[in-house]
Design a protein around this ligand. Sequence first.
Ligand code: NAD
Ligand code: MG
Length: 300
Amino acid sequence: MTSPHDASTLIDPTTRYPGPPFDTPKQSAPGTVQKLEPPADHGETSYRGHGRLAGRKALITGGDSGIGRAVAIAFAREGASVVINHLPSEQQDADEVVQRLEGEGATVRSIAGDLKDEAFCQSLVDRAAQAMGGLDILVNVAGRQTHQQDIASLTTAQFDETFKANVYSLFWLCKAALARMPAGSTIVNTASIQAYQPSDILLDYASTKAAIVAFTKALAKQVAQKGIRVNAVAPGPVWTALQPSGGQPMEKVREFGAQVPLKRPGQPVECAPLYVLLASNESSFVTGETYGVTGGNPLP
Ligand code: NAD
Ligand code: MG
């Protein structure tokens, strides 16, 4: 395999990772990395750190799997202490991340709990800060996505849960984190290309992602004078358990990534460098922005 660490080796992005058709099994939400076929690349062997987050203290939601797992691996290898949050049913995926990173000498902990609960969001921030001796990075990656063909089949319960998990949790976590973050701290949210080019079958989900873009811009303006920056990453199709666990119909999972110019889905590790950049001091003049990682479909 071509090593991404050898900067003199040219890597063709179209063939670096698998493209459709995919034959991964259907899962029940929230899904697990264990059942993804082919397995996803979260940077386990492909991400190399360079001390860009040395000494930083990061809380990462959704850190058990997918993009959040890749962010956790990257941040730990860049020198940050890390606390990941996940749902209680995802303990196995979370344990795998913790064991791997502890084995590399990183300071990492997992805290299970449901972000749809305001009291849990507050206690998560408190416990994370306690575990790390402070908090100066909040990365909101957790999110849920359930496709529905028709507004008639979209229940109030689903609409509510999607907004609670994707938007309310952001409000609660940012509020709790900002109360203790020093100047120089950074928040990175996770939007989606769905905020700009919504699918008909993702009415509730796409709406939450558009809300996240506006939330990011407004909060960035609000906290700029405190020396805190707020940005977002907006992925296009990325190979994670989100899609075969109800995020898309299985016939769309089969062709996942075919719709972008690079003709394949991205891998979680390909999103991680943007989170590192936006969390680190290197992006000190960037705030209120949403950066795309889409395989070639422009955001707006
Ligand atoms: P994933 O399933 O691996 O990660 C999503 C995580 O969200 C889960 O692991 C779970 O821990 C967490 N989560 C969901 N509901 C929760 C709740 N109520 N409480 C606590 N945690 C909860 O999938 P992923 O694709 O890596 O998703 C990460 C983020 O990326 C999501 O915000 C998703 O909307 C966004 N995104 C994904 C894609 C894609 O194609 N995979 C594209 C654009 C945006
Ligand atoms: Mg998961």
